[in-house]
Design a protein around this ligand. Structure first.
Ligand code: NIG
Ligand code: FE
Length: 412
């Protein structure tokens, strides 16, 4: 079945693959644009005049996007959206001055979600996951990365990945799965980090690999969580097993996690609030995507990552939500856009690149999603307003009117 979207006041293509530094400003904008979709794929892109002179709209579904903006679906390339229980109490403690790390050191934080997630059934995790995905879709997210990491034991880690696999098959949003066994050391392995990492590498990851439950492996490299040496051990083993790599790096302390991620050829280094000048330089000289999670810094009341400097130095920046039950309980794309523009001083063009093609690159999908180009999946959103400038201007408000996923209208 053919669909033609025509008369888009602005058509954002984001064509040309992952973008570094200055090139992030080039979003391939076409005024009065049109897109032809055949079944689930994009077949042609151009001005409305060009497209209508080549394609007969007689036998097609025609969507008139006059006065609207058409752009690629958002790729949320870092989330922890499968979890049991909530931590609203911790949020209120933080509002009174407690810190994320001190709550974690007292046995709250990730350990508290671990207990609730271990208790949760497949169905409970599935149902909650589904309702969270529906909310993400309403914001225009068509691909999401999701991590395990709240089981910290073999059964629960595998259950979390299986839930994501089932959700991927049964609802529209594409899910990229990441194994995050070393998210924290569970009580059974207290003070035995290396034993816990060996357990991950020797007992859990071979099963994850064999059953194709995850493409990526990730670790929380942080002071009092996993050191650089421990992280290198785990990441090298993961790489040998065929996992692509991601790293939670330099969030609370500058341990040099971003530099390590670049050195090991990770697909992305994420958080980076405390990343040093040397780490930023290493990232800008590498193919590792600098993934920034502004809603986490916002929720923690922390300083934002130096996104402006990263782009100015030539890095490829992605932006994602980090949706999780602790440090950042939001998947709001409008909030992230507002913070990125207002407080991290990125332009809306850079933010769009970061949330589409660069996000796709951060989760290994830049060949199939993240831009509106012939051959790519027809994952397209339509904004109710005529220009991209309305994205930050409509501060915190959702202006996504329609979502087309794999060529099918799923919202709007
Ligand atoms: O990316 N920093 C580590 N992991 C998550 C938070 C997990 C949690 O608090 O439950 C993050 O922010
Ligand atoms: Fe995270």
């Amino acid at each position: 079945m053919k669909t033609i979207i025509k008369n888009a006041s602005e058509l954002v293509t984001c064509k040309g693959g992952v973008k570094y530094g200055k090139a992030m400003s080039d979003i391939g904008l076409i005024h009065d644009g049109a897109v032809v979709i055949d079944d689930d794929k994009i077949v042609a892109v151009g001005t409305t005049d060009e497209i209508l002179s080549k394609y007969d709209s007689g036998d097609a579904i025609v969507i008139n996007a006059e006065g609207k903006t058409v752009m690629p679906g958002f790729v949320d390339s870092h989330t922890h959206f499968i979890f049991g229980g909530y931590r609203a109490d911790e949020f209120s403690w933080r509002l009174k001055g407690d810190s994320y790390m001190s709550i974690m050191e007292r046995g709250g934080g990730i350990a508290s979600t671990m207990k609730a997630t271990r208790k949760a059934s497949f169905k409970e995790l599935y149902d909650e996951g589904l309702s969270r995905l529906k909310r993400m879709l309403s914001y225009g997210v068509t691909t999401v990365e999701g991590k395990s990491g709240y089981g910290l034991d073999k059964d629960t880690e595998i259950r979390m990945l299986e839930v994501m696999k089932a959700l991927d098959e049964e609802q529209p949003v594409d899910i990229v799965r990441t194994y995050l066994g070393p998210h924290a050391t569970p009580p059974e392995y207290k003070d035995r980090n290396m034993d816990f990492l060996k357990f991950n590498v020797e007992e859990v990851m071979p099963v994850v690999k064999e059953r194709e439950l995850a493409e990526f492996a990730d670790i929380f490299t942080e002071k009092n969580v996993f050191s650089i040496e421990e992280s290198e051990y785990y990441l090298k083993k993961a790489h040998e097993m065929g996992f692509k790599l991601k790293v939670h790096a330099d969030e609370m302390y500058d341990l040099g996690g971003a530099g390590m991620a670049a050195r090991l050829g990770a697909a992305s280094a994420d958080h980076l609030l405390m990343a040093s000048d040397e780490s930023i330089e290493a990232l800008s000289k590498s193919n590792t995507i600098a993934t920034l999670l502004p809603a986490t810094a916002f929720s923690l009341g922390a300083e934002y990552a130096r996104g402006r400097k990263m782009i100015d130095m030539g890095a490829a920046v992605a932006i994602a939500s980090d949706y999780n039950p602790g440090s950042c309980h939001t998947c709001s794309i409008p909030l992230i856009i507002a913070i990125s523009c207002i407080y991290m001083h990125l332009t809306i063009e850079e933010v769009i690149t970061a949330l589409t093609i660069n996000g796709a690159a951060a989760c290994g999908r830049s060949e199939s999603v993240g831009s509106i180009e012939p051959g790519k999946k027809a994952d397209i959103i339509i904004l109710e307003k005529p220009s991209i400038n309305f994205l930050p201007y409509c501060t915190g408000m959702n202006i996504v009117e329609s979502v087309i996923k794999d060529g099918t209208l799923v919202k709007g």
